[in-house]
Design a protein around this ligand. Sequence first.
Ligand SMILES: CC(C)(COP(=O)(O)OP(=O)(O)OC[C@H]1O[C@@H](n2cnc3c(N)ncnc32)[C@H](O)[C@@H]1OP(=O)(O)O)[C@@H](O)C(=O)NCCC(=O)NCCS
Length: 192
Amino acid sequence: MLTEAAIYSPNFETLWPLIRRLKHTPMINFNSGIVLAPFDGSEVAMHEKWFADPQIRRYMDPKTPYIIDAVTHGKMTVPVDKFIQYIIENPLFAWFRIIHLNYGFIGHACMNGIDYEEMSFERALTIGEKQYWNMGIARTVGNMLLENAKSIGFKKVYSSAHVDNIASVKNLTHQFGPGKLIENKLYFELQL
Ligand SMILES: CC(C)(COP(=O)(O)OP(=O)(O)OC[C@H]1O[C@@H](n2cnc3c(N)ncnc32)[C@H](O)[C@@H]1OP(=O)(O)O)[C@@H](O)C(=O)NCCC(=O)NCCS
């Protein structure tokens, strides 16, 4: 996987048009009324609410929201505004607001750990507004993200879910095929 140092090196500039397109282009699904809009810094208050909710963060990394410390390379929990700024500035992430025509900003769709050599990423979804769970929104959003990634040239997608996270496991099994069980987590891989 490419390091951040490599990303910012001068001979890496050929990738910038791809990175710019990936991180700044919204996706629209007219049938469902869902738009995936690139993060722009307006997401802080909603994420403070969602990350404070034990039900939402139940299966998330307990250190969420975290960044990778430049010195120790360990996960470091940071305030939400700092975390969102890090996500926006870092080319190894592309996060999108899930905006529903009728319900507004209800969650996020994420491409994490983007690898521009393998053209792969890790997918993660959260519907932070729980009243909209189990309405098929994650299914639509997941497909939108995969289709867009494929159209840009991504080849591989990874994801994982705790075995008890039923909605996430169902969503991933539908879209990625069966996962591989290691301890209490299922690991998924999809060739685009
Ligand atoms: C995981 C999550 C994104 C799913 O979002 P969603 O919009 O509710 O998912 P969907 O409505 O598309 O449902 C996905 C599948 O799970 C099923 N499902 C949803 N909730 C369920 C429940 N409580 N029990 C059983 N099945 C359930 C749906 O019926 C659907 O199955 P189907 O496709 O076979 O019909 C959402 O629950 C969430 O944000 N959870 C908190 C954050 C999280 O855990 N994210 C993932 C790991 S980081």
